[in-house]
Write a protein that binds this ligand. Structure first.
Ligand code: SF4
Length: 306
């Protein structure tokens, strides 16, 4: 951790270099709070990639995990996309490999493949369409096929299953952060804070989702709190979102659902690494053109639905 003055100096240097190099810094909500201070945009992965297409910048520094930076490149191939460390890799996205997905497709030749945006570019390229946690049900229901292979999150697949008549063939991936929230812990928190609304991310296990007042994506949670007359919320998602809710809505009270959860991969990015990334223009994220084009088609199809 850097001290106060050091942090101030780092932020000044980053902002100066950002202007000089015509760069934009996109920051995922799960990043460390000090990273917010150099952000041009804060949001979820797909929202940030879309923002990048609108930004008049030559360089995008993506403060998130690997698949998010890849998506930024897929949508912005004319820009230089940088990730401050190669160590920020999402374990859930790594749970699908293209060979196994092809095998599953062979077993279910009539099924369409829906891939959550939390997948690598080659898996997106192998998919018919992408989805986010906010539009997964809508995307699945929009397809002609009655059978859907859903990758990689089995919990999000289960949530979709409950909200569609189609046959869902789930991959067996999961997010270790969201899987941690327990129904017993959440039931206890609800009993302790009777007047709190319960917001749950659909990457949580079904028994936790069943206890929600509202099931929503991170962006959906921000919107819900903004428009809700309620003052207290129990939130089942990564700690970064709770920190951001506290910053944006200081008049409201937020409790992270027990036993809490932090994405260690998201926290690997530091202000020092962002400064190094801008100075040395490292680490470049690129996707082979044939994969990029096919992955973009899957992302574009999603945009036409949602
Ligand atoms: S919170 Fe879960 S899905 Fe998101 S980057 Fe971390 S491990 Fe991956």
């Amino acid at each position: 951790m850097c001290g106060r003055m050091e942090e101030k100096a780092l932020i000044e240097n980053i902002n100066e270099l950002k202007k000089k190099k015509n760069a934009v810094i996109l920051v995922h909500t799960y990043q460390r709070p000090e990273i917010y201070k150099v952000a041009d945009f804060i949001g979820d992965s797909y929202g940030l990639s879309k923002k990048a297409t609108e930004a008049d910048a030559k360089i995008i520094v993506f403060c998130g995990v690997d698949f998010m930076a890849e998506s930024a490149y897929i949508l912005n191939p004319d820009k230089t996309v940088l990730i401050p460390t190669r160590m920020a890799n999402c374990p859930m996205a790594a749970m699908v490999d293209v060979e196994c997905l092809r095998e599953l497709k062979k077993k279910h030749p009539k099924a369409a493949v829906v891939s959550y945006v939390n997948t690598t570019a080659d898996v997106k390229a192998e998919s018919d369409i992408c989805c986010t946690s906010a539009n997964a049900v809508k995307v699945v229901n929009s397809l002609e096929e009655d059978e859907i292979i859903f990758v990689p999150d089995s919990n999000l697949a289960h949530y979709v299953m409950k909200n569609t008549k189609k046959k869902i063939i789930p991959w067996t991936g999961w997010c270790y952060v969201h899987k941690k929230f327990s129904p017993e812990g959440l039931a206890h928190a609800k009993a302790t804070h009777l007047d709190a609304k319960v917001l749950v991310h659909p990457e949580c296990v079904p028994e936790v989702v069943d206890l929600a007042d509202e099931v929503c994506s991170t962006t959906g949670m921000m919107d819900y709190v903004k428009h809700s007359p309620d003052k207290k919320f129990i939130v089942a998602t990564e700690i970064g979102l709770i920190e951001r809710l506290k910053l944006e809505f200081p008049e409201k009270i937020f409790y992270q659902a027990p036993p809490g959860g932090t994405c260690l991969q998201m926290k690997k990015i530091t202000l020092e690494l962002i400064l190094d990334s801008l100075i040395n223009e490292q680490f470049k994220v690129m996707v082979p053109e044939d994969i990029r084009v096919r992955a973009k088609e899957a992302l574009d199809r999603m945009l036409n639905v949602a």
